[in-house]
Ligand binder design. Structure first.
Ligand SMILES: [Zn+2]
Ligand SMILES: [Zn+2]
Length: 301
């Protein structure tokens, strides 16, 4: 609970006028106990998980012929029942994990030194913290993902996530409950190392989820970010990891590709891309657009 009852008290304490966002935060949080300020995380992530993939899912279901040129594996068409089963299963498992986490979120946030008061963080502070969180998350997630591809890890846990050899966005959360628990650690490591405001934490979880939905989308859209951000993997990078499946020794990184580059786990993917490029060159305009976008040229890993 904030120590100010009115905007005047808050402005006197800060020595300046409140921004509109700070005034809104004051109105929202002034009478809410701190422990409940962490609870919107679950609602935000569920809303993002439900709504963000919807446009592409509906496009894929309603107009498969129009969607095919943009799909990474255009020959695979998931029926509506698969979308629904994936969504319901993922929500069930995530509630199983996130639900109990809500009960310990407040003491965990206290230990991590997550603040809830004023001032709100600036845009620069938020961007700097998100950059750190993405880099920390990427490194830890890469190694945990590699562990999940050991014989034991794959057979006991990770094979569930790999049921989708041609993923779609809702498959981002589809997996064994233990995998959700394990991969929550890298997401919390950044904020534990570099504490932030609780609103930054909301943005971080939403941004990380959007990124996960994107890499599982199964679509390679013309405006994809990998064209503009160095070492950004994008959907094509992770789609290949699912396409290869349990035997994959390629593309473990979730967001950026620097770990795959440093540790040499991008060799199969590079070979595959080079083969596709050569085929395209040889066949010229005869190469199907699907083969150009997708993974129909033979598995190499
Ligand atoms: Zn995997
Ligand atoms: Zn995946």
């Amino acid at each position: 609970m904030l120590p100010y009852a009115t905007a005047g008290e808050a402005e006197a304490a800060l020595g300046r006028a409140l921004t509109w966002a700070e005034a809104a935060w004051l109105r929202y949080s002034a009478s809410v106990p701190d422990r409940y300020l962490h609870w919107p995380n679950i609602a935000i992530t569920l809303v993002v998980y439900t709504l963000a993939p919807l446009p592409l899912a509906l496009f894929d279901l309603a107009a498969p012929a129009a969607a095919a040129p943009y799909k990474l594996q255009p020959k695979v068409q998931h029926p509506p029942a698969t979308f629904f089963r994936c969504y319901m299963d993922a929500v069930r498992v995530s509630l199983l994990i996130i639900g109990p986490y809500q009960l310990i979120s407040y003491p965990a946030a206290k230990i991590m030194d997550i603040r809830t008061g004023l001032p709100l963080p600036s845009m620069g502070e938020i961007m700097a913290q998100l950059t750190v969180y993405f880099l920390v998350e990427d490194y830890l997630n890469y190694w945990l993902h590699r562990l999940l591809h050991t014989k034991w890890g794959y057979e006991k846990i990770h094979h569930v996530h790999h049921e989708f050899t041609a993923p779609m966005a809702y498959a981002a959360w589809y997996g064994h409950w233990a995998e959700m628990l394990i991969l929550a650690v890298p997401s919390l490591a950044g904020p534990a190392l570099v504490p932030c405001h609780v609103t930054t934490l909301w943005i971080w979880f939403a941004a990380r989820l959007v990124e996960s939905l994107n890499i599982h989308s199964g679509f390679k859209l013309p405006f994809n970010a990998e064209k503009y951000i160095p070492f950004y993997g994008g959907a094509e990078h992770h789609d290949y990891h699912h396409y290869i499946g349990g035997q994959s020794k390629s593309n473990f990184a979730p967001v950026f590709t620097y770990c795959d580059y440093i540790y040499g786990t991008d060799k199969g993917y590079k070979y595959h891309k080079a083969t596709l490029a050569k085929l395209k060159e040889l066949a010229g305009s005869d190469v199907q657009k699907g083969a150009d976008n997708g993974f129909n040229g033979g598995k190499q890993d």
